[in-house]
Design a protein around this ligand. Structure first.
Ligand code: NAD
Ligand code: LMR
Length: 332
């Protein structure tokens, strides 16, 4: 029997990540090759014509799984009945703007979109925030949508996770699909802590610790970390635009694993509401290693944390606490 379509909201759909993301969703990259979808695309009035152009292209691509498109600048229409919400829309930083100016614009967008989702999305809607500052936007969305379970609100650090897999695969000249269980701790910012201490590489002789194969702790504690932390800036420098295809692909990975489950023995990184695990202060949206089953994520528990890691995990938590305070001061 044919499955009912899943309604997927993409905000900021006329932007560059939106343009890469919506065809992936319509092709089944996010929810699987047998899952029909209805796309809800939201943008703001100045982008309405471009948004309509994206809708025209979706029609022209004749995606068999795509059962409908809602393209709108009305947040209520966009949020109505959605099962999954990918929040990409936001105000980009412009020349001369201070960090606080960007934060003010974005947290007020996330505050108002929180209310629309809370009132109009389907029960149990899963939310992924991509727009920066992603962790803090997700936290504001959570705080202003109290009836959405906190377990349903997350932010994207899977791109950083995938970047870390990519760096180890390049360093060892192995397939990226043979590397697993890196961790991104903390904020989707340059304070994040990419951690390869528990990562493994599949070899003909079985799974081996990546740390043993790399055999260069100086690299793992130095260039590996800074390359992943600074990768977003490196892409902006090279493209004069921020990452889009990798962000869109990672957003699909995030939702796919959340909904359909992580493979046995594999974890991924997701920004989720901290419950105090690993002594990360509760009440922050912090990136942890998680496994997913039956549509629910759980933080991987019991990993040994050395002193080097502890310091880096605490530093990124401190930045998130500062961002949270700044966000609240912007809303006051
Ligand atoms: P973009 O500027 O190309 O697109 C953003 C879109 O959002 C625009 O079309 C804009 O009109 C729209 N928009 C603005 N305000 C809106 C609102 N209130 N409601 C709905 N739409 C609104 O930017 P982009 O390159 O697509 O990036 C989008 C966001 O994703 C940025 O904040 C970027 O920093 C962030 N990002 C995050 C990650 C991550 O890994 N978490 C990676 C890359 C980019
Ligand atoms: C990225 O990680 O590529 C982006 O978050 C960079 C940015 O500042 O938009």
């Amino acid at each position: 029997m044919a499955r009912d379509p899943v309604r997927v909201l993409v905000t900021g759909a006329a932007g560059q990540i939106g343009y890469a993301l919506v065809p992936m969703i319509a092709r089944g990259v996010m929810l699987g090759p047998d899952q029909p979808v209805i796309l809800h695309m939201l943008d703001i009035p100045p982008a309405a014509e471009a948004l309509n152009g994206v809708k025209m292209e979706l029609v022209d691509a004749a995606f068999p799984l795509l059962k409908g498109v809602v393209a709108t600048t009305d947040v209520v229409e966009a949020c109505t009945g959605v099962n999954i919400a990918v929040m990409v829309g936001g105000f980009p930083r412009k020349e001369g703007m201070e960090r606080k100016d960007v934060m003010t614009k974005n947290v007020s967008i996330y505050k108002s979109q929180a209310s629309a989702l809370e009132k109009h999305a389907a029960a149990n809607c899963k939310v992924l925030v991509v727009a920066n500052p992603a962790n803090t936007n997700a936290l504001i969305l959570k705080e202003f949508a109290p009836s959405i379970p906190e377990k349903n609100i997350s932010c994207l650090t899977r791109l950083d996770h995938n970047r870390a897999l990519g760096q180890i695969s390049e360093r060892l000249s192995v397939q990226v699909s043979d590397v697993k269980n890196v961790i991104i701790w903390g904020n989707h910012s340059s304070s994040q802590y990419p951690d390869a201490n528990h990562a493994t590489v599949t070899t003909p002789a079985g799974d081996k610790p990546a740390r043993e194969l790399v055999a260069d702790d100086e690299w793992l504690k130095g260039d590996f970390i800074t390359t992943v932390q600074q990768r977003g800036a490196a892409i902006i420098k090279a493209r004069k635009l921020s990452s889009a295809l990798s962000a869109a692909s990672s957003a699909c990975d995030h939702i796919r694993d959340w909904v359909l489950g992580t493979p046995e023995g594999t974890w991924v990184s997701m920004g989720v509401y901290s419950d105090g695990s690993y002594n990360v202060p509760a009440g922050l949206i912090y990136s942890f290693p998680v496994t997913c089953k039956n549509g629910e994520w759980s933080i991987v528990q019991g990993l040994p944390i050395d002193e080097f890691s502890r310091k880096k995990m605490d530093a990124t938590a401190e930045e998130l606490a500062e961002e949270k305070a700044l966000a609240y001061s912007c809303l006051a």
